[in-house]
Design a protein around this ligand. Structure first.
Ligand code: ADP
Length: 195
């Protein structure tokens, strides 16, 4: 099964994707984590992306499409994967659909975590406080504001794209973590029963 975890920054996509990885053996493919790893390793790709990410802008579509395609072909994605932070634009969503089609696969479910802005801002502020100033470079109040703007402009239109495909399911992302996990598990179980 291939699942897209969808939602604004701070909505809990990563938390839930990690849980799915452990519980269902579906690898979490987080483009944000992959790009941060490239920056930490000092690769050419990392150098190219650092400033863009620090500003809360999107790295070019071809960059993330390339790293996802490469990652998806590793054997641990045989049974599918959970996409976290990808796709973030319509061209990325189209590229993902055609990449999967070429492999006789498809996106089965898109799970949207719905969280309002005030809660998102509080969560990221909390994350900043807990990291004691050594956390993510893009976790600053100014950059967060820009990440939200970019989300509403470029990424939120994907909701309509996936709704039209009949794949979108929305979960209350403001519920406690365990309640969100339970809701997601029920959605996946139901989709599996339907086949
Ligand atoms: P968030 O907590 O904002 O969801 P991520 O870890 O998913 O953060 O991504 C952090 C940054 O990495 C983004 O703001 C963006 O610069 C870059 N990035 C991650 N995924 C993508 C993508 N699919 N397309 C373009 N840029 C991306």
């Amino acid at each position: 099964m291939n699942i897209v975890m969808f939602g604004p920054p701070g909505s809990g996509k990563g938390t839930q994707a990690k849980i799915l990885e452990v519980k269902r053996g579906l690898p979490q493919l987080s483009t944000g984590d992959m790009l941060r790893a490239a920056i930490a390793a000092g690769t050419e790709l990392g150098k190219k992306c650092r400033e863009i990410m620090d500003a809360g802008e999107l790295v070019p579509d071809d960059v993330v499409i390339g790293i996802i395609a490469e990652r998806y072909d590793l054997p641990d994605c045989d049974k599918g994967a959970v996409f976290d932070g990808f796709p973030r634009t319509i061209p990325q969503a189209r590229a993902l659909d055609s990449m999967l089609k070429m492999r006789s696969r498809k996106i089965d479910l898109v799970i949207e975590l719905k969280v309002n802005d005030a809660v998102l801002i509080d969560r990221v502020k909390q994350r900043i406080k807990e990291s004691g100033g050594v956390g993510r470079a893009d976790d600053t109040p100014e950059t967060l504001q820009n990440r939200l703007t970019v989300y509403y402009q470029n990424t939120a239109p994907l909701l309509e794209y996936y709704k039209r495909q009949g794949k979108l399911v929305t979960v209350d992302g403001m519920a406690p973590i365990e309640a969100v996990t339970t809701a997601i598990a029920a959605i996946i179980d139901q989709a599996e029963r339907k086949g």
